[in-house]
Design a protein around this ligand. Structure first.
Ligand SMILES: [Zn+2]
Length: 280
């Protein structure tokens, strides 16, 4: 996961901006009257997300007496996502948060949408709350769907509130075969408690990152095969291992838990691979 700067937009102002062009006076009046409820829901979400307590948030069913769920969902669809909608600039701002447009959840694919951390179908009051909206690729968005965490360990990592970039947790091991392959897994740093470890493992599993990284690594293994073959004949096992270690260091300085860092570390320390296993 890639950490993102938490958006500081005022949730009440975002909500009022989105509904600013509602022409129906009666609807506008009802929507305006729930602004405080939206702000309270946003504050409750923010506090919970910062303490890994999102699973304790209950949907505000009392809102049903004033506005329907569909009316709230329409605000997101028609007044935030739609081109030229009053909330569109906020939508685009959130969409453009990640560097190079890369999805913070998988770290691989391109951002195409916003994912509701707590699904809007169950929590329509959070439909246009900025901290509940995470830029994501469509695959990650679909994978997560309407899942709601039942306990702390089921809470997927939130790029605005969780930081798992500074601790090393992603590892790989070489599957010695023809062709060689990489298997990726999560290991807990000493400083993590069991809940944090299980959250990251759960996140890794839900977003199917193991298979995604294995697939990318398979392509990279083919790409470096020719160079390693030449290097082995000139410098032997040690030259290959040293070269792969240098590659690992360079990638580690860019991103500690990328599949590339884990892959090059695993390759560099595998005697079979460095002795010519890459030719298999
Ligand atoms: Zn993604």
């Amino acid at each position: 996961m890639r950490k993102l700067e938490k958006p500081l937009d005022d949730p009440g102002l975002v909500f009022l901006t989105c509904i600013s062009r509602v022409k129906d006076i009666e609807l506008k009046s009802r929507l305006t009257s729930i602004e405080t409820t939206i702000v309270n829901a946003a504050n409750e979400f923010e506090t919970a997300a910062s303490k890994n307590m999102v699973h304790t948030i209950k949907p505000r069913i009392d809102l049903d007496k004033i506005v329907t769920k569909q009316e709230l969902l329409d605000i997101y669809t028609n007044r935030m996502v739609k081109k030229d909608a009053p909330g569109r600039s906020i939508y685009e701002k959130l969409l453009n948060l990640p560097v190079h447009g890369r999805c913070p959840l998988c770290g691989q694919r391109i951002v195409t949408t916003l994912d509701h951390h707590l699904p809007k179908s169950e929590y329509p009051e959070l439909a246009v709350v900025p901290t509940n909206l995470i830029p994501a690729c469509s695959d990650c968005n679909k994978i997560k769907m309407n899942s709601i965490p039942a306990c702390a360990e089921q809470e997927t990592i939130h790029p605005y509130f969780d930081d798992i970039e500074t601790d090393l947790w992603l590892y790989a091991e070489v599957c010695e075969g023809s062709p060689p392959a990489l298997k990726f897994f999560v290991q807990s740093p000493d400083s993590w408690d069991i809940v944090k470890f299980n959250r990251v493992k759960n996140y890794f599993k839900i977003f199917k990152l193991s298979g995604l990284y294995t697939s990318h690594a398979a392509t990279e293994i083919i790409n470096i095969q020719g160079y390693l073959s030449d290097l082995l004949s000139r410098t032997g096992y040690k030259g290959v291992s040293d070269h792969l270690s240098e590659q690992a260091k360079s990638r580690e300085s860019a991103y500690l838990n990328s599949w590339q860092t884990a892959m090059y570390k695993a390759l560099a320390s595998n005697i079979w691979y460095c002795s010519g296993g890459f030719k298999e």
